[in-house]
Design a protein around this ligand. Structure first.
Ligand code: SF4
Length: 401
């Protein structure tokens, strides 16, 4: 998974590097293990790749640029004429780069995969393309009359004070140059929007496929309340993703809503911390439970998803240590039972706890009093769309590759 941005100033006197950098910071929730940018000045040679996000605050010069922040190394890929950043899965990216350099529309017609991309050409164009399924998001915006922006999510625009204009449609190519913004439908849409974008991937303040992410998550919380009303003293959500679920759940049932966790210190990249003590400290710094919110209470704890269950198990243990009387777990997505071939890092089936154990067994492993996952019907109802990919929850994948 990745956040991608392309940004072009309509007047070459601008240096857009800071705008690009902060847009990428706004997309780091989509992944930040590796970041890279390519800037366009005279010769497209300003390239920085495979660096950690902190190292990206650089002083490169350019009136246009594209950026990648995500889990893969080597992006953006580029040659002397074109640079490309991809979110999702694009088959054989190097051959695609060659084909795109020769004839971009033909290359897009023939591309295989499930992806969104931004490209920058040496002659001064930013191109955005969303494959015909629209599985990964992509949006168009600007910065007043000075810049055009294409990015994974509208937050990449709002964080720099820019404006979101619209989402790019499945199968649509949008080209920004210093003269104009053009659109062309390259392929007929076969919509299969990723459900996980709504559940946890996209940022709370974003919009995905014309749905507000925040409002969708509140509706998911309301659905959970309909499916599994629990007599509890308080409802808490795991920050940040699950907070709107808790809002919807508590609102629907008239239950008290509490802030169950706080973050302290500067963020520690726990996945990368080699020292096991640092890993534990990193997790606690990220998410330290608040005693006053849970002591002596029957707690409903809502999270967005469950992969291996390890983090949730630790969270429940912490809540009990702080005196929670009961802990009932609700998950704002259906069970994850299968890997994602389209760019979201859902592990193999054997690592997914819900694919291998019964609900009772999972509750026991986690130390929870009860556990409930959102139903598939509940998910469709909350998102109000039928054109969704639910492959990792149903093993029924849309045919995209
Ligand atoms: S398989 Fe799951 S994570 Fe992957 S695109 Fe489909 S819904 Fe999204």
């Amino acid at each position: 998974m990745a956040g991608i941005v392309g940004l072009l100033a309509f007047d070459k006197v601008w240096n857009v590097s800071k705008f690009l950098y902060y847009s990428m910071v706004g997309l780091q929730h989509r992944g930040y293990a590796s970041s890279g940018v390519v800037m366009l000045n005279q010769d497209m040679r300003s390239v920085v790749k495979d660096v950690s996000p902190e190292d990206l605050e650089f002083q490169l010069e350019g009136w246009a640029g594209i950026g990648y922040t995500g889990s893969r190394r080597g992006y953006p890929i580029h040659n002397d004429e074109v640079a490309i950043a991809v979110d999702g899965v694009l088959r054989d990216p190097e051959s695609f780069l060659k084909a795109f350099t020769k004839d971009r529309e033909k290359a897009l017609e023939e591309a295989r995969g499930a992806f969104s991309l931004v490209a920058m050409t040496r002659d001064g164009e930013i191109v955005g393309y969303r494959d015909e399924t629209g599985v990964r998001p992509l949006s168009l915006g600007g910065f007043g009359f000075d810049m055009g922006i294409i990015a994974s999510e509208p937050v990449a625009m709002s964080v720099i004070g820019g404006d979101f204009r619209r989402e790019i449609q499945p199968g649509e190519m949008v080209t920004i140059s210093s003269l104009n913004v053009k659109s062309r439908q390259i392929k007929e849409p076969r919509k299969a929007y990723c459900s996980i974008e709504y559940v946890y991937q996209a940022r709370i303040d974003s919009q995905v496929n014309e749905n507000s992410v925040y409002e969708t998550r509140v509706r998911i919380g309301e659905q959970l309340a309909e499916e599994k009303p629990i007599k509890a003293d308080t409802v808490i959500g795991v920050p940040d993703t699950a907070l709107p679920f808790a809002v919807g759940y508590s609102r629907k049932l008239g239950l008290q809503l509490d802030l169950g966790f706080t973050r302290t210190g500067s963020p520690i990249r726990t996945m990368l911390a080699s020292d096991s003590f640092l890993k534990i400290v990193g997790v606690q710094l990220k998410l330290n439970p608040i005693k006053g919110a849970v002591f002596g209470k029957r707690v409903v704890l809502i999270d967005d998803s469950m992969v291996t269950g390890t983090t949730l198990k630790n969270t429940i243990m912490s809540l009990r240590r702080l005196g929670a009387k009961e802990v009932h777990v609700l998950i704002g997505s259906p069970k994850l039972i299968s890997a994602c071939p389209y760019g979201i890092e859902v592990p193999e089936d054997k690592e997914l706890i819900a694919a291998n154990l019964s609900e009772e067994e999972i509750a026991k492993v986690l130390g929870a009093d009860s556990i409930h996952w959102l139903s598939l019907e509940g998910l469709f109802k909350a998102i109000s769309r039928s054109t969704l990919c639910t492959g990792c929850m149903t093993k029924k994948y849309p045919k995209v590759i």
